[in-house]
Write a protein that binds this ligand. Structure first.
Ligand code: PAF
Length: 284
C-alpha cells in the first residue's frame, strides 16, 4: 500500500474536484515533512472528520528567517510517504516550488497584531511566510477542513484569523500537542538534539507546568515567570528567548490568569530552538 503523490496544482485540483462532485468532505493536513507522531495525530483527526484526506509536504523557504535553518531542515519525503501509507491518506501533495511560487510571485499575506510578539518578534518575516503559504495551500487544495497542531499556538491563531479575514471557506481545527513521556513536545527539530541537550530539554515543559500551576492559583505573572526562567536556565538551557503569559484568544499580554490564558515559550538548548505552550488553567 502506498500513498499517491501529486506534484502538480492542476492535477491536485482535478482530484479534489472529483471527490467533491461525489459528495466527499475533504480535509487537509499541511506539513513540512519530517513527520512524527504529532503529525500522525493530525492525520488521524482529519481521517475521523473527513471522507478524503490530503497531506501537503512543502518546505516553505519564505518562513525560514535563518538560511542555515532552511539548509539543515530534514528532507525525508520517502519515509514520510511510508508513514502515511497505513493511515488511509488519499493524496500526498508535494508541490514543485513553482507550483507555490511561480516566477514573478509578488504577494505577501501578513496578519497584523497577532503575528507581532512572541515568535513573530524573534523570527522576522516568519509568520508572513507561513500565512502566505497556508493561504495558497488552502486555496489550492480547496479543503473544507484543515488541521493544525496547538504546538505552534501562535501559528494556529494566525491561520484562524486569515481564514476569517480572507473568507476562505475552510474550518480550522486545532489538535492537542503530542509529547514524549518526559513532557518534551514533539517537533521535527528534536532530531537535532544531542544526548546532553535531549536530557535537558524536558526541563522547559516542567518549568512551564510549575509556573502554570502557580498562575492558575492567582500568582502574578512577573515573579512566576522570572522563577520559571531561572529554573530553565539552571537546568542547562543556553537562553530563554521568551516565556510569557498571554490571553488565549488574542495573545495580548496578561498580568494574571483571570481569563483563559496561555503560557508560551521559546528557548535554546545545544544550538536547537525549542518552543512550547500550555493552557492556564490547564486543559482538563
Ligand atoms: O507547521 C508547519 O509545519 C508549517 O508552518 C506549515 C503550517 C506547514 C506551513 O508551512
Amino acid at each position: 500500500m502506498s500513498v499517491p503523490i501529486e506534484r502538480s496544482r492542476a492535477r491536485l485540483r482535478a482530484a479534489v474536484a472529483g471527490w467533491k462532485a461525489a459528495g466527499a468532505r475533504v480535509g487537509v493536513v499541511p506539513t513540512m515533512g519530517a513527520l512524527h507522531a504529532g503529525h500522525i495525530s493530525l492525520v488521524e483527526a482529519a481521517r475521523a472528520a473527513c471522507d478524503r484526506v490530503v497531506v501537503t509536504l512543502f518546505i516553505n523557504p519564505r518562513q525560514f528567517n535563518n538560511p542555515a535553518d532552511l539548509e539543515s531542515y530534514p528532507r525525508t519525503e520517502v519515509s514520510d510517504a511510508a508513514k502515511l501509507a497505513p493511515l488511509g491518506v488519499d493524496l500526498l501533495y508535494v508541490p514543485d516550488p513553482d507550483q507555490i511560487y511561480p516566477e514573478g510571485f509578488a504577494t505577501n499575506v501578513s496578519v497584523g497584531g497577532i503575528s507581532d510578539g512572541l515568535c513573530g518578534a524573534h523570527r522576522p518575516g516568519h509568520f508572513d511566510g507561513v500565512a502566505t503559504v497556508v493561504t495558497k495551500l488552502l486555496l489550492q487544495t480547496g479543503a473544507e477542513r484543515a488541521f493544525f497542531g496547538e504546538k505552534d499556538y501562535q501559528q494556529l491563531l494566525i491561520v484562524r484569523r486569515l481564514v476569517r479575514d480572507l473568507d476562505i471557506p475552510c474550518t480550522i481545527t486545532g489538535c492537542p500537542t503530542v509529547r514524549e513521556p518526559d513532557g518534551l513536545a514533539l517537533s521535527s527539530r528534536n532530531a537535532r538534539l544531542d544526548a546532553t541537550a535531549r536530557a535537558i530539554a524536558p526541563a522547559l515543559n516542567c518549568a512551564m507546568l510549575g509556573a502554570a500551576a502557580a498562575l492558575a492559583q492567582g500568582a502574578a505573572a512577573a515573579p512566576a515567570l522570572a522563577a520559571a526562567r531561572q529554573d530553565i536556565r539552571a537546568a542547562g538551557f543556553d537562553e530563554v528567548e521568551y516565556l510569557e503569559l498571554r490571553d488565549a484568544a488574542t495573545l495580548a499580554p496578561v498580568e494574571t490568569a483571570d481569563r483563559p490564558a496561555r503560557l508560551l515559550a521559546a528557548a535554546w538548548v545545544g544550538g536547537v530552538r525549542l518552543i512550547d505552550n500550555i493552557a492556564v488553567p490547564p486543559d482538563t
